[in-house]
Design a protein around this ligand. Structure first.
Ligand SMILES: [Zn+2]
Length: 116
């Protein structure tokens, strides 16, 4: 199934978020392999809210996971820091929160979907 196309083959422009039930443009959903139409079922805002809430409930666990991830993927961590710095220098007015979330999610997605 091609990303961004509905079952009928027509371009999928909007999607209803499974969490806030709001109809939003697909650009507000992240791509996710293995999901229907290749798009995640929750919008980015809901994902962000959910993970923030989870983080506040599980701070110690989150920190431990983060440490374990860094240890296991030092090269990814390095890449992430490097691209973040480059972005910061190149675009001082950019919305960092959004970019970090996007690249961070993509990093995790590629690890989950393409284990090497
Ligand atoms: Zn939502």
């Amino acid at each position: 199934m091609l990303r961004g196309f509905s079952e009928m083959g027509a371009p999928l422009v909007f999607k209803v978020c499974a969490m806030c039930y709001t109809k939003k443009p697909i650009s507000l959903f992240r791509p996710a392999k293995g999901y229907r139409n290749g798009i995640f079922f929750r919008c980015r805002q809901c994902e962000s809210d959910t993970s923030t809430a989870w983080y506040h409930r599980n701070k110690e666990r989150a920190k431990a996971q983060r440490r374990a991830f860094k240890k296991e993927h030092p090269e990814l961590e390095y890449q992430r820091t490097k691209s973040w710095r480059a972005l910061q220098e190149a675009l001082p007015d950019v919305n960092f929160a959004e970019h970090i979330t996007q690249s961070y999610c993509q990093g995790y997605v590629s690890i989950i979907t393409d284990p090497k």
